[in-house]
Design a binder for this molecule. Structure first.
Ligand SMILES: [Zn+2]
Ligand SMILES: [Zn+2]
Length: 237
């Protein structure tokens, strides 16, 4: 129970949100001399992405002031801004066992999806919440299994003084970094590769409207699977 500090947990409906890092806004964009890596951008005022992984490899992208993402005053590409925001940077890592590999998309993907669906997960939990229960959303964090494998997850839960009652989480395993799974309690109720990743793997160009529609459908299916399980089960989760 030490994890839960009831006094500091905000009531449902007044939750702190964790927005995605936004492209840097004035007054402190960083300007350099590298060609920008953004598709179609011809600026040569790019600054290198600051990400360095546990094997001391650097990200090879650079971003102009219009396309860069700043975290703690440093320039990152979108993926690594998400990674650093999830796990901290080299000096302030909350990962516990060195920075994820350069190509590790798991923390970024989990964080991205969590932010997209968090309002809807809150709505679901609100319906299942009993009087006196608190709500909590955890940040993206790594969980190491007994077999040594690592998964990245975000958890939403309802709990009271006896502990967690309803627990919904999404996760991506490092060994299967394109598969997003959802759990209710310990049970995996959904596991799929998101459509935008399938398109990227096939090098398919996406129309933005189609992309949005497919994302919505993906989230609908994921949340439907979660709710079906909540409805069907009388057990605590
Ligand atoms: Zn640019
Ligand atoms: Zn990067």
């Amino acid at each position: 129970m030490g994890l839960f500090s009831r006094k500091s947990d905000p009531p449902l409906g007044a939750l702190p949100t964790a927005p995605l890092p936004q492209p840097a806004a004035p007054p402190q964009p960083l300007a350099g001399e590298l060609p920008c890596s953004a598709k179609g951008c011809s600026n040569t005022t790019g600054v290198a992405c600051s990400y360095v992984d546990r094997r001391n490899r650097r990200c090879r992208t650079a971003w102009c002031p219009e396309h860069q993402f700043l975290v703690n005053g440093k320039c990152y590409c979108r993926r690594h801004a998400n990674t650093v925001d999830a796990v901290g940077d080299q000096e302030h890592t909350t990962y516990g066992f060195a920075m994820p590999d350069l190509s590790n998309r798991a923390p970024s993907l989990v964080r991205w999806v969590a932010n997209d669906i968090t309002d809807r997960v809150e709505e679901i939990l609100e319906r299942y919440r009993t009087p006196g229960e608190q709500y909590r959303r955890e940040r993206v964090h790594a969980v190491r299994s007994v077999d040594g494998s690592v998964r990245w997850e975000v958890t939403w839960q309802l709990f009271d003084h006896t502990g967690s009652r309803v627990r919904i989480s999404i996760e991506v395993r490092e060994s299967s970094p394109t598969t997003l799974s959802a759990r209710v309690g310990q049970l995996i109720v959904y596991s799929e590769t998101p459509p935008w990743i399938l398109h990227r793997e096939r090098n398919e160009e996406m129309v933005p409207e189609t992309d949005v529609r497919e994302r919505d459908m993906f989230y609908d299916m994921l949340l439907k699977a979660v709710e079906e399980h909540l409805k069907d089960s009388d057990e605590p989760y």
